[in-house]
Structures are given as C-alpha cells and as structure tokens.
Design a protein around this ligand. Sequence first.
Ligand SMILES: Nc1ncnc2c1ncn2[C@@H]1O[C@H](COP(=O)(O)OP(=O)(O)OP(=O)(O)O)[C@@H](O)[C@H]1O
Ligand SMILES: [Mg+2]
Length: 281
Amino acid sequence: MLRLRDLRKGFGTLTAVDGLSLEIRRGEVFGLLGPNGAGKSTTIGMCVGVLRPDAGEVSVGEWGSPTRAAAREHIGLAPQSIALYDNLTARENLSFFGSLYGLKGRVLSERVERLLSTVGLSDRAGSRVGGFSGGMKRRLNLAAALVNDPSLVLLDEPTAGVDPQSRNALFEQVRALKDAGKTVVYTTHYMEEAQRLCDRIAVIERGRLLALGGVDELIARHGGESTVVVQRAEGESVVRTGEPLAELQRALGSEGVISARVERPNLESVFLNLTGRSLRD
Ligand SMILES: Nc1ncnc2c1ncn2[C@@H]1O[C@H](COP(=O)(O)OP(=O)(O)OP(=O)(O)O)[C@@H](O)[C@H]1O
Ligand SMILES: [Mg+2]
C-alpha cells in the first residue's frame, strides 16, 4: 500500500532521513517508532507528498507518487502539529477540509456529521475550535484526516498530550479504521499503545531503520532477558534470566518467599535496547 525506497531528506547539514526503505502492507496498522528527532515526521511528510525527498521514492498503492492528485485522494493525514482553524467551529473545519476534496451538499454534510459523532464531538459541533481542550482538538484533527474516506491514513502522534479518556477514544478509532480495511501508519511515544495496536513496527533513529517486525518478534529479538523478582522478609532479589520459569520454580522452592513475579521484556525494553538511554535534543 505504501512503499518507501531509499528515502533521503536533509535540512542544511542535518540528515533527517537517511536511506529508509519500507513496505507497508494493505490493511495493516504499522507503527513508526523512534526517539525525538529520529525522522518520523519528516518521513510522514514525504509519504503524503508535502515534503520532497532529496533522493529515493515514495509510492502509494497503484497510484504512484503521493504528489499526484490521483494518489492524494486516497491519503489522509493527521499531522503532529494540529492543523485546524481556531476561529471556525468543529463542523466548519470539517466542511472546509471536505470541500477541498470536492465534496459538497448532502454527501459532505452527512460525512461531517458522521465523523463528528465518531470522534464524540456532535454536541460541540457548533463551537469554535479555539476554545477546545487538547483532547477535543486531537479528536477533530483525526476526523479531518478521514474526511476524504482515505484508504491510507497517516497519524503522526495522534494521542500526544491527551487524557486517558481521549486516548482511549482515539485508540478505538484506530482499531475501527483497521476493521474497516484501512491501512494505518502511526507514530507514537507510548510504547504500550503501539504494542497493543500495531501489526508491525519499524524502529528508526537518525533516519535509519534499526529494526522491523511484529511486536512478539521484536521482543524476542531485541527485548533482552526476563527478570524474576522475589520478595523475602529480608528484602527483594532481582535475577535477570533467559529461563524465568525455571528461576521462579527454584525461588519458590527456597525458604521464606513472600511473593515472586516474572517481568517479561516489552516493547519499551526493545525501544530502549535499540535506541539507548541517553537523552535526545
Ligand atoms: N523544517 C525543518 N528545518 C530544519 N530541520 C528540521 C526541519 N524539520 C525537521 N528537522 C530536523 O530533522 C530531524 C528529524 O525531525 P522529525 O520532526 O522528522 O523527527 P521526529 O522523529 O518526528 O521527532 P519527534 O518525535 O520529536 O516528533 C530533527 O533533528 C529536526 O530538528
Ligand atoms: Mg515528529
């Protein structure tokens, strides 16, 4: 559905995307993960045709380059920096974006009302966006990405800075998009969310691909060992091991155990193992 071939993009002397090749399959939720400044938004910019690559190629489905109108019709983007008009109402924002795709009349108004309802904003449809909370803006930003009923949806940190309620609603939206057969490319810094949502994940840093695969595959390959934590009256012992069940059994066979648990590596372990613990920016 989306093919990136040896993509490169620099800003002055800085290389933001450095020879990135990926193939995103039709109908999958694909996570693009990486620390701040890894090149995720720059990559997404090139995928939707708003940034021109210095080298390499992007191709969307059977429509070719995303700079072509024929391809753009099928792409939806929820940008990281919210792109809405504060002085228009929620309904006016969606109507405006829909009209850019040539929608009008009943088709447009029905789609706008449906999307407002999907993102839980029907009762605030007539309010100006300037007064909206962060969560409401993020939800409307997602609705705007869907106004042309795209088959490829790119969501750049759709849940950044929102409360658990809005995050959950946005999360359900991504699930619904997948169920509707859409292809979703998704960036987030919330590893637990990516672990639950994504069929496959690419971890990038400095514009290069570090790892690619399904969640379980990445955890098995890059997650590291499990930890067995055993609590006794005299204190806690922590053992890292590739055989957590054997270690747990051994611990439970010993004297004075109050509690014991196994902590398995997760996507966060993968992320930290691959990208290190030093701070960015
Ligand atoms: N328009 C621009 N001009 C100059 N530098 C830029 C521009 N856009 C991005 N960069 C730089 O390119 C690098 C990649 O930025 P990008 O926004 O793609 O990262 P990101 O992975 O999306 O980060 P974040 O997680 O913080 O959103 C960063 O070093 C950033 O400062
Ligand atoms: Mg970004």
